[in-house]
Structure formats: C-alpha cells, structure tokens
Design a protein around this ligand. Structure first.
Ligand code: ADP
Length: 509
C-alpha cells in the first residue's frame, strides 16, 4: 500500500531558470515558489537534462534507489536524485542519459523539430515520478503539465497500490497546439496499459494523442488564462479537442487561472543581467501607482538602450524632431502562432522606417531567414539574433525596448508581455487569450491603457497598430502615462497561487 502525504508534486518537462523553452518553464519555476510561501509542501519532478547536471543552481542531497521501466521488451534503467534549487524548491531528478543527456529539451530550433523518441522520454519521466512516490510516499496532488506530462495520469491509474486511494491529478494546458500525437502502435512501447487505448483515453482519430489522454484521465484540467479557457472550447480554437474540452467545461472540470511571473527574478531594480537598474528610491507614487515618476523610468530605458546598442553594434537614431526612434523589441519563439512572420512582412512596407528593432528568437527556419533579411536591408536600424536561446540578451531587450511586439494569433497566457510591462514597455499584441486578459487597450482607455490590442493579426492590422503606436510614442503628454500604467500592473502570483491552493483543496475533499 502506498502512503499519501501532505504534499503536491509538479511533474514537468521544464523549470526556469534551470531548463526553459518557453512559458511552461517560467510557470514551473515560479508557481511552486509562490505555493511554498503559502505554506504548501511542493516538490518538482523533472528530467536530469545534460545542462541541469552541471548547474550550480541546484544541490543534490541524496541518490534514491534506481528504477527500471520496460518499453515493449526493452528495459530502461534510470536514476532518481533528491535535491533542492537555489529558490528552496525541493526537486526530484529523473536521470536517464540516453533520453535526457542531450543539448536541447524537445529537439533543435526551440523544439520545432521534436526528437523522434519524445514519447518515450516523457513516458520515462512519468514512470520515474511513480517510482519516486513508491520510495518517498505519494503526494495528495500530482500537478502535471502539457502533453509531456500527460502520461502521468495513466501511469498513476494503472499503478498497483493506488486502487482505493491515489493522488488527485491536475493537468495544466500551457498550449493546446502541442498535443504529442504519435502512431497508435507506439502505445505498445510506452509502458502504458493498453486499456487506455480508447476514446476515453489516448486514442484520437486513430492516433495516440498524449494531451487528449491527459485531459480525459485527470481529475481537473486548468489552463493559463480565463479567456483561453473560453476560446479552446470553440471549434475554431480547440485544435481538434474542443469537443472533449467543452464537455469537461460544462461539468466544471476546466478552469482558466491567469499565470503570474516571478517578480523577484524579473525585477528591473535588481536584475543581475542589467548594467542600468531602475532606481528604487522613486517609489513615491500616490493612489494606484507605486512608481509614478516617468523621468526615472525614462532614464532606466535610455541607459539600457545605450548599453544594449553598444553590445550589439547599433547607433541610436533620431527623427527630424530630435526624438529617438522608438525601439521595438521581440523575444519570442518564431512560429506562425506568434505572428512574428506577419510583423516582419509589415515592416517591409515602410519606406522611411521610423523604428529601431531588436529581435531575439528561434523557431521556423523561414521566419528566421525573413528576420535576417530585414536586418540586412535596414542594417543601421535592425538587429536580429536567431536560432539561439539567450537569457541575458532577453533581459536586456525587455529593459531597453520602448515597445514590445507580440502579435500572437493565439496566446494561452503569454509571459513576455507581462515581463515587458514590468520593465516599462508598452506592448503591441494580438487581442487573444491571456493577452486580452493582461493588456488594457490604449485606444479605448486613454487613462488606464497600457498597450495596443490588434483584432485582426494580418499585415494590415499590424501595420495599423505600428502607425498608431508611432504617433502615440511621439505624443510626449500621453506616452509617459501608458508607461506608468504598464510598470505598475500587478503580475505577481499572489492571487493565482491562492486559486491553485483552493483547487487542490477542492480535489482533496
Ligand atoms: P511561449 O511559452 O508560448 O513560448 P510565453 O510568452 O508564455 O511564450 O513565454 C516565453 C518565455 O520564453 C519568456 O520568458 C521569454 O522571455 C522566453 N524566450 C522566448 N524565446 C527566447 C529566446 N530566444 N531567448 C531567451 N528567452 C526567450
């Protein structure tokens, strides 16, 4: 019999700052921290990736007994390590070098081309988590994430010893567009009981669909913003799973809880990657504002722009009124859903090009090439760094950019817009999902607005937004207000962590 302990275990493929491909990593790095502060006993189970094994951000405390799983006829042995990260989050690392000792997380180019054996890799993670539960005692909640965590519910449900009492299972969908779809025959090789090959399990139109199984077999499914939770039950935005999600939503089994960001890590006053920090002695604001001194924020932006430009070899350009051209920043995966291809196309339309642009991202090759082409044409105004993940440069771009560009066609929550606002950026974004929930449109709310929402993300829509924002940026009377509105927005985990706590309690009872 397995004991159930007063703990919550996250099972995830990413955890910032240790290992991160996108927003999932940020959430798994920051939500447990917020839950720990609320007094919950949280632990995170992640693969011992190559990069992580040499990281000084974690301390290994103990090696637990190794485990073995069979994929088909083939046995795979794995190690289990107990440790803690520098934020004090307890960790369990599942070590299997054949699967996890690689340079990338999901595959090259930010995972656009996934490793062929990803299903095995993340199945092993689930089996490893179960093995650790057998040694340490099982938690009352397993909180798993995305398709890569979606084997966990089946592994728990088929495990001996959990027939009468087992942990409650919460699955959070960070992006419905990635489902982990494989030929149905791959079922034989995942160590998952074949009874889950059914329409109320992983089978989906004749294929194995990891995320679908996760949705069907979890006790509660959440996603990362209230608007996205509404969007994904419609046929247009349900990525083929809208039927299942709609049913779940009607039963109260689907909810949208807005992500927060780690405000200690993303702090313009202390950010270790920045040469120029925001001076904190300006916290003299009244009313809703902590910071209402635009001059100080402007100085912070100017200092960081100067430092960034000298690092990347750009010179500051000004318009005929001697006003510096606005710096447009992008830090993004380069895929169609992020709308960066459309943004690039819209930039080619300008003759006088009254912007400077810095782009950091990796993803689809043709979008990377398009970005590089833009930087060739506008050599003195555009800098592009593609094909790499660069944490330090991302911080510098957030700090330096006047305007952050995120014209997503679909966006479950989005964290980049929150980070940018925390660093005093005004965001141009697609009016979708979490962008809708976190940005107040300046066109309709001149007093409280902090960004510009684009209804139709196409070349025309993005060009319109850039034209509008350019004029607003040059209107000195109102721009400062938008910046102040942005930097003062609360994106901490405080409210949302309480919502998760309540959800765990509801499942327990
Ligand atoms: P998604 O999870 O869909 O990629 P989010 O906006 O939720 O998008 O999260 C993106 C996160 O990944 C942000 O923290 C952003 O700064 C970071 N990021 C994206 N691309 C890069 C990159 N090339 N280098 C550094 N950080 C990146």
């Amino acid at each position: 019999m397995n004991t159930i302990k007063d703990e919550i275990w996250f099972v995830a493929a990413e955890m910032a700052p240790l290992v991160k491909a996108g927003g999932l990593g940020d959430v798994v790095g920051s939500l447990p921290k917020a839950l720990l502060k609320l007094g919950l006993n949280v632990r995170v189970v992640i693969p011992a990736y190559k990069s992580l094994k040499s990281s000084d951000f974690i301390e290994i405390k103990e090696n637990l007994a190794p485990g073995r799983v069979f994929f088909g006829e083939i046995p795979f042995d794995f190690g289990v390590k107990k440790g803690v990260d520098r934020n004090g989050i307890p960790l369990i690392l599942i070590e299997q070098d054949h699967f996890f000792g690689r340079d990338d997380i999901y595959g090259p180019h930010g995972g656009v081309i996934g490793y062929k054996d990803n299903l095995w890799r993340y199945s092993l993670l689930a089996h490893g988590a179960l093995h650790a539960m057998r040694i340490l005692g099982a938690p009352y909640i397993v909180h798993t994430h995305d398709w890569s965590g979606s084997l966990m519910p089946a592994v728990l449900k088929q495990a001996s010893g959990f027939e009468t009492v087992r942990p409650g299972i919460v699955l959070t969908i960070h992006n419905l567009g990635y489902q982990g779809v494989y030929p149905i025959d791959d079922f034989y090789d995942t160590g998952i009981d074949y009874r889950f090959n059914s329409s109320d399990g992983y089978e989906h139109f004749g294929s194995f669909n990891a995320l679908k199984g996760g949705i069907m077999l979890s006790d509660m499914v959440t996603t990362v913003s209230p608007t996205y939770a509404k969007e994904i039950i419609s046929r247009d935005n349900g990525f083929g799973l809208d039927g299942e999600l709609k049913k779940l939503s009607k039963k109260g089994g689907l909810s949208g809880i807005l992500n927060g960001i780690d405000e200690e890590y993303w702090d313009p006053k202390t950010d270790e990657f920045l040469q120029f920090k925001l001076k904190s002695n300006t916290e003299t604001g009244k009313g809703p504002y902590v910071l209402n001194d635009y001059k100080t924020i402007k100085k912070f932006k100017e200092g960081n722009k100067k430092a960034l430009f000298s690092e990347i070899g750009l010179n500051l350009k000004k318009n005929s009124d001697e006003n510096p051209l606005p710096l447009l920043g992008v830090v993004s995966r380069l895929t169609e859903e992020k709308g960066i291809d459309v943004f690039l196309d819209s930039l080619f339309n300008w003759n006088d090009f009254p912007f400077q642009v810095v782009i950091l991202g990796s993803g689809k090759e043709y979008i990377e090439r398009k970005a590089l082409y833009l930087s060739e044409i506008f050599k003195d105004k555009v800098y592009v760094k593609v094909g790499s993940y660069n944490e330090a440069l991302s911080h510098k771009i957030y700090a330096a950019s006047d305007i952050f560009v995120m014209p997503s066609k679909t966006e479950p929550c989005g964290l980049s817009q929150m980070i940018s606002m925390r660093y005093g950026g005004v965001v141009i974004a697609g009016d979708t999902g979490g962008l809708h929930d976190t940005i107040t449109d300046i066109i309709h709310n001149e007093k409280s607005g902090n960004g510009l929402l684009i209804k139709n993300v196409d070349v025309q829509g993005v060009s319109w937004a850039m034209n509008e924002i350019y004029n607003l940026y040059n209107n000195k009377e109102i721009w400062g207000r938008f910046v102040i509105n942005s930097i003062n927005k609360d994106f901490s985990w405080n409210t949302s962590a309480l919502k998760y706590k309540k959800l765990y309690e509801d499942i327990k009872t």
